[in-house]
Design a protein around this ligand. Sequence first.
Ligand code: GDG
Length: 466
Amino acid sequence: MAAVNRKWSFVVAANRLPVRRVWEGDTARWVPSPGGLVSALRPVMSGNPDAVWAGWTGVPGPGAEPFEVDGFQCHPVSVSQGELQLFYEGFSNATLWPLFHDALVPPEYHRTWWDAYRTVNQRYAATVADLAAPSATVWIHDYHLLLVPGLLRTARPDLRIGFFLHIPFPARELYIRLPWRAAIIDGLLGADLIGLQTQLGADNFRRAAARVTGAKIIGKTIHHEGRATRVDAIPIGIDTGRIARLAADPAVQARATEIRHTLGSPGTVLLGVDRLDYTKGIDARLRAFKELLSEGRLSAEDCIMVQIAEPSRSQVTGYAEVRNSVEQLVGDVNGNFGVMGRPVVHYLHQSQPIEELVAMYQMADVMLVTPLRDGMNLVAKEYVASRADNTGVLVLSEFTGAAQELKTAELINPHDIEGLKTAMEAAVHRSDDEAGVAMKAMRRVVRTNTAQRWAEGFLTRLEACR
Ligand code: GDG
């Protein structure tokens, strides 16, 4: 049990705690959440007596007492039902998320959302200020908490503060539409180090900061009001070891064979795995697949597509629309090209455990990762990490952070449907030799830049600041 009132020399703050609640009959217990961030921070946090994680439990209402799960000390921050709508679904996911993803749907600007965002950020900052020991290191994550570094700097000038943005930072011309653009830049500049997924994101941030606050940029550092903030590209990785272990597990391999058999043992399986989000370009790949079938460039007898679309943010503007358009396209392809008992697109609007995803990665010949904009995209890296025999082709959007590292993928522009079709057709017909060379190079990248190395790298740079 994390003691109340004690101070910690390493504090992580993120919207969510690294845990989720599972119910067994009438009893609930906390288990560690799946996902890259938890794996990345496990080596520096789990079992570390000086480290604590502040965040929301996922259950609205008053904050619970501190607790421990799997060696992670968890300090809940409360978010009410009303704040969930205004701060989380509103400002975080209907203002910042679309604006930072190139305004793929129009961002909404509401002063009531902004007020709630500020209130919740103040609560996080106050919580961290209270938890942190003198001169502690604090690492704040993502777009839900953009104001926390600045609020914390004012309350606790002694702290070493790092911030990592998991999503893209947009072009300055887009960013400056935000009515609260100055407050957010000021908030972020409270950090000593700001990490972004790509060089482009880091450049965009520095340019926006210079324009909005008049700050001076020298090299990678922003100088403003007597303080310096270093801004770097520090791309996140995956827990490659875990994915590789799952890929080597005979039960997972047997499942991969079984899935392929269930699909009717087709010549080629194309796979998509995404949260059902308008940024992920799921409709672009379905449209391309449909046209390839109707032009006879791919055959429905030979090629099957599987699309896993994890349910996501169904209450937020834009998400019901993308679900409709994806489901309409799936129906269209199956209606036109399927035969009784054998659909051409297998679509699951369900969350899958990682074991099942790795089995899918293993059975798929072509992986389709076609976002219109994506900070990194871990699915692309997980696919590569699952291909121990160096087979498989990754079709990857240029507009993902992952494209900066996985340079031998089949890179595409998802806005260019003809180009996407050509790349998908080529991927289906790619020779094993050619695919092997490309896959080997990508596997070197995911073996080197792991989630654990990313966390160490970020913290080493943060220690070097100030
Ligand atoms: C944001 C940024 C950035 C588990 N079950 C399912 C599922 N998972 C896991 C996947 C993967 C993760 O969820 C999805 O990560 P992505 O990177 O693809 O996407 P976002 O959720 O948008 O993550 C992104 C990331 O933060 C980390 O910094 O890379 O750019 O947007 O690990 O194994 N995924 C899906 N269905 C499941 O049932 N799709």
